[in-house]
Design a protein around this ligand. Sequence first.
Ligand SMILES: Nc1ncnc2c1ncn2[C@@H]1O[C@H](COP(=O)(O)OP(=O)(O)OP(=O)(O)O)[C@@H](O)[C@H]1O
Length: 810
Amino acid sequence: MRGRAEFRAAFRKGESYLGDKSSCAENASAVNFTSCSSTQGLNNACVGKIPFSAGRSIGRSHTPVRGYSVTSSSTVSAHTAASVIVAVVEGRGLARGEVGMASIDLKTPEVILSQFADNTTYAKVITKLEILTPLEIIMPNTSCEAGNATKLFALITEHFKNVTFTTVQRKYFNETKGLEYIEQLCASEFSTVFMEIQSKYYCLAAAAALIKYVEFIQNSIYAPKSLKVHFQGSEKTAMIDSSSAQNLELVTNNRDSRSGHTLFGVLNYTKTPGGSRRLRSNILEPLVDAETIKTRLDCVQEFLQDEELFFGLQAVISKFLDTEQLLSILVHIPKQDTVKNAESKITNIIYLKHTLELVEPLKVSYAALRSCNTTLLKAYYNALEDRRFGIILEKITTVINDDTKYTKGCLSMRTQKCYAVKPNINEFLDIARRTYTEIVDDIAGMIAQLAEKYSLPLRTSFSSARGFFIQMNADCSTLPSGQLPSEFTKVTKTRNTYSFTSADLIKMNERCQESLREIYHMTYLIVCKLLNEIFEHIHCLYKLSDIVSMLDMLLSFAHACTISDYVRPEFTDTLAIKQGWHPILEKIAMEKPVSNNVYLTEGSNFLIITGPNMSGKSTYLKQIALSQIMAQIGSYVPAEYCSFRIAEQIFTRIGMDDDIETNASTFMKEMKEITYIIQNANDKSLIIIDELGRGTSAEEGIGICYATCEYLLNLKAFTLFATHFLELCHMDALYPNLENYHFEVQHVRSSAGKKEKITYPYTLSKGYTEEKNYGLKAAEVSSLPPSIILDAKTISNHIAKQILVRSSNL
Ligand SMILES: Nc1ncnc2c1ncn2[C@@H]1O[C@H](COP(=O)(O)OP(=O)(O)OP(=O)(O)O)[C@@H](O)[C@H]1O
């Protein structure tokens, strides 16, 4: 048997599987990246070039992408850390306005390309970036040369204040290189993407800069034919601009960014990070294809009808880790063999085994479905029959121990990694593991001896930061001399627990680490060989992660239906909701809000909603937009019955507070929003406008509202327009496609007959409101002093009389 020195030398000689590590990001040494946070301002954006040195992290917010975030709670949080890097480039000269984007999530080996024409507001770029929630945005240095920022650069830096910006020399935005990279890196199953992107120069240019940059900062390269490349035109999804998403509180709550009082919060019962990501992106970009939506609804219906299937699938799905992240790490080839990289690859193989072992239980919980007619579920079942899952698992189990499994807790995971490879594959590894076990036993023995020596209840503990250390539950008073023996060092105390170590234990920890490093290195070489063998089959994991995240989202929709009484939507030419209610208000209030109807058809496509303050107008408008979005992502809807016309865009203009940050006045903000709607709305839009023209005088406000309504009345879009300007209600005489509805309030006099009390039934009725001076009435029930209210009434009567006189003189 050879000695330890020998086998250390042997594994140092051990061939790395990495082979030739030059990749498509070859010779990136010429790259000059400049990074800044937009908060540093534009001038700073162009200074501080970072000389190229591999592995150097650029930008202040790069987070290492190691390990898996496994949620301990049953529901996955929406607030997962940003990990998306996006490259954006705009055409020049005549091509200005043509924008190319490429993005990659560091946790997912998927490149998303898009290219589209954007008008002067660049609303599509901003919306797409909002959806991606980037960690970092890279743009060509020409977009802010010599302090002269292009409009697009200025808008993006203004909008994404907390995102790191990096400028890259324009030459790296090279479409020919982009196409080459995609050809090299795109997995064969996704090769149809070439047909879509071949003449899309800007997204290819963005892809070139992005891939080169990501490989540089990650200090690794992507394995050939390993990435999912996907072209995302904007035509397959409904467009919801970022301010509408904010107004409707789709994924963030306007008052508290961490609050779950959003549509995402209402629907999120997902169990995996992938499912939660999918739900979020669907809410922000609902589908427009009725057939796809229908197949999703069929699944949700199936889950609701078959409890066993629902619980069975949910139980298996919740065991999946982040499959996309697993794939992402699998396709990265590190440029250096470090202990950390070695450990991460071993963790990977354990996660991969864990994931593949779940395919069979997933199929079993599906078994009952073989005869069902739900196309999507059938397709998923067939996809799970893919032989490659079995092939990979078989190969893994020839090398990895059958009982090696993913566990929680750093010590048990360390043990799993240590003993992952079967015995008798490498004799040096077996020796190193025996040594490791002996050291661990010695540590336990030594702590037992110390316990006996000092008659203290000592126990062995472990943390990844400290390694092995000693813990003891005791009160100071129970210690022999009121303090711990001097042999114990680095003492910390939390409540009644002392944690400490000793000089001998530190030495033994070092020996333990040394032997662990040897084990990891040898295991790593074996794992790398195994990964090389299975690499050609791993693309089936793309399908698996797709299935898991989609099922997770659909199960989550079914789960939401069990909490509240939602109904399956229909898709027709009419927007008809019977007794619908606001889903987020229901979650906040913990009781069902008052429900209402809505009916819009091509012949009656414009509703004006009036009513006193606080009567429920905004809530009603938002509830309709939220229901439309829920229906278009394949979820059931809070109503007794509902039918929707697929909306290609959803626009909202809802009165919010002044935007102090951008220093935009209320009026300018609403003008911007309404301009955007007018420029982009078409016959298939759903438009929600609440209180337009409140930022200027009443006469001007009415004028602006009237002209806007006239413009929109000539479209076939479905529009709901809430206003306090009762003058608009008379437009029904001119436009047969306009109808008036209103919310009433009830005035109740107290028994003494003095003070009037207002109650809000929140029910919608036909016609317009008869209420007069309701602003003053609402003020009366507020805490405004009575003397001021009295003054306000007198002045308001006076002005009303003046207006009457003026109009009779005309
Ligand atoms: N259908 C409903 N069921 C229960 N509560 C409701 C309903 N609609 C509104 N409310 C409650 O009434 C409050 C005021 O509603 P909302 O903001 O929609 O009124 P509004 O008519 O738009 O008021 P304003 O004109 O002052 O903006 C909401 O915050 C909500 O708590």
